[in-house]
Design a protein around this ligand. Structure first.
Ligand code: DON
Length: 582
């Protein structure tokens, strides 16, 4: 009841801009609307045009998977920093008919020619230029195969209809936002390494796009048309595959025709846990996110967070200590399950969580140097973005997709018009040496041909009595786990509606470095208490952007696009066949 009241107060504030925002193809380019309400569906994405495209598909009778496919391809056009066809991702689908959640894995894969020491120089040190900015940093892309798989198995509308908006946006262009204009200006060194990148993202002569000017991507439009006509064969075989392999030949690249043809999508049951009477489902390995979010929730269940309250030093201390144990375990136990046995049942076990909770004393801070990864009892046998979608059939989709760093490797496949990922940096290039996110790992996540690098992407769905009530996920590399965790804790423990659950300042601790990161917004008294308790506290930058949906009792659906990253959008359906916010 309290939550419902709060929702009305929070959302009424946003209605003036969201009200009666009718969608049509010409609606693209409107200002972002970060929060909105709907009754028959909702799409929340990191670019509002992506959300508008998805909502339009829902309004035409498509289901949440159709909308996810259309949004995914649209984001590959309008959100070049992480929307992609040259990367990979994870999609969690709650199927209302079967009341179950499945996890689709279309993560990039190490090419057959990859090897454990491929990023080490002669002295045995990790060459970060090679692991993040070279053609060798690209894993075999999975997005096109993944979206096709999801559509073929669970979609309703024709495939080509779902690509049509993306093709139109690439061909006719879309208006460059302030945020994108600024990003392109600041990343010219990265995007300008290939001639194709310069030609696409800069004006003839190298000039910058001003906000409001149209960015057209003709090569990308051609590639998308091939995918629309031929499905995955339009990407993994034929002219586009030839262009990818030709790009590899320009230096250091490893992806071959065989790698592209052999790419496979996997589907598995979601990893599941429970938290204070709610069910939480998320992505199994090669995501580390689902397992560790459930592990952290299991630990937190031993503490009365409602009593210590949101944002208090006491709550932050319990959460930060919990995070340290989870990230220590991540460094040792997590990797691609096809190559390494992940002790999943032990990591998500309530008893193991109780043991960790026993080590967390109120007010006590254990230095990271004294925290080691746990030991399972015995071997068991056997620049990302997120979008969340709910449809009128009761299905829900939670998708995280990425090129890894902002604009991936920065390398555009000449003639094909898309950026390649640098996901190979998510492997542990050398045991104990941190990757671009400061995350360390070992043998479990070492580079091997055909293996998928460990990911932090954690699309998640919270259910009550078998039905989704909260859909969440975020970009942010290693910080994704803690961002998604906090959105869930805010929703469940502090009874926040989706707006404050997403917006409240977040903390992050990843064991190593032994630093407690705080977003701006915590009180000076809290920060002093945390420093006095023994934490090295850094207050500053935000990295994550939670794109979430709440389904409230009574059928109202609330969407909230995290304003931490500009351009996001939430678009709801108020009447069954019209993408209009109520
Ligand atoms: O899969 C991973 O964990 C990373 N490649 C995610 C990258 C990411 O979130 C970048 N976003 N800011």
């Amino acid at each position: 009841m309290f939550r419902t009241l709060l929702q009305f107060i929070v959302f009424i504030g946003f209605f003036s801009s969201a009200y009666a925002q009718e969608l049509s193809p010409t609606a693209t380019g409107q200002e972002a609307v970060y929060a909105t309400a709907g009754r028959y569906g909702m799409v929340v994405a990191q670019h509002h045009i992506g959300a508008e495209v998805g909502a339009e598909i829902l309004a035409r009778g498509g289901n949440a998977v159709d909308a996810a496919v259309a949004t995914g391809f649209a984001l590959a056009v309008v959100l070049p920093r992480s929307g992609n066809i040259g990367g990979g991702g994870f999609m969690l689908v709650y199927l209302a008919g079967e009341q179950k959640t499945i996890a689709i894995d279309y993560r990039e894969t190490a090419p057959a020619a990859a090897s454990g020491n491929m990023f080490l120089d002669r002295q045995g040190n990790v060459d970060q230029q090679l692991s993040t900015k070279s053609r060798a940093s690209a894993g075999v892309p999975g997005t096109v195969a993944g979206l096709y798989y999801a559509h073929r198995k669970y979609g309703l509308l024709p495939w080509a209809d779902l690509l049509a908006p993306a093709i139109r946006l690439a061909e006719e262009g879309f208006p460059v936002s302030d945020y994108l204009a600024q990003l392109l200006r600041s990343r010219k060194d990265r995007l300008g390494v290939t001639r194709a990148g310069l030609e696409i993202f800069y004006k003839p002569g190298g000039g910058f796009y001003a906000p409001g000017e149209m960015l057209r991507q003709q090569d990308l439009a051609k590639t998308l048309k091939r995918i629309a006509e031929n499905g995955p064969d339009g990407f993994y075989r034929g002219p586009v595959a030839d262009l990818i392999v030709a790009e590899m030949a320009r230096g250091h690249g490893l992806i071959s025709h065989a790698d592209l043809e052999n790419y496979t999508v996997t589907e598995a049951p979601a990893v599941t846990g429970s938290y204070r009477g709610f069910e939480v489902v998320s992505m199994p390995p090669p995501s580390s996110g689902g397992v560790h979010i459930i592990q952290m929730l299991n630990v937190l269940e031993n503490f009365d967070l409602r009593q210590t309250g949101p944002g208090s030093a006491a709550t932050i201390q319990v959460m930060a200590e919990t995070m340290k144990y989870a990230y220590a375990d991540r460094s040792q136990h997590m990797g691609d399950p096809a190559f390494h046995e992940v002790p999943l049942a032990w990591l998500t076990d309530k008893e193991y969580a109780r043991q960790i909770a026993g080590k967390i004393k109120r007010g006590g801070v254990v230095p990271s140097s004294q925290i080691k990864p746990g030991t399972p009892p015995a071997p068991e046998s056997p620049e990302t973005n997120h979008y969340s979608i709910v449809d009128k059939y009761g299905n829900a989709v939670s998708t995280s997709t990425t090129l890894n760093l902002t604009f991936g490797s920065g390398i555009v496949v000449a003639g094909a018009g898309f950026l390649l990922n640098n996901e190979m940096d998510d492997f542990s290039a050398k045991p104990g040496v941190p990757n671009a996110y400061g995350l360390t790992g070992g043998a479990a996540n070492a580079i091997e041909p055909g293996k998928r690098p460990l990911s932090s992407m954690s699309p998640a769905i919270v259910l009550k009595d078998g039905k989704p009530v909260f859909i969440t996920g975020s970009p942010g590399g290693g910080r994704i786990l803690t961002a998604v965790l906090q959105s869930i804790v805010n929703f469940i423990d502090f009874e926040n509606s989706v707006g404050p659950a997403v917006q409240s300042p977040r903390i992050h601790h990843q064991w190593l470095p032994d630093v407690l990161f705080l977003e701006p917004g915590f009180s000076p008294e809290t920060i002093i208490k945390l420093r006095q308790a023994g934490y090295t506290v850094k207050v500053g930058q935000v990295f994550t952007a939670v794109e979430a949906i709440e389904i409230a009792p009574g059928g109202w659906i609330y969407g909230y696009a995290d304003p931490r990253r500009a351009d996001g959008g939430a678009v709801g359906l108020c009447v069954e066949d019209m993408a209009v916010a109520c």
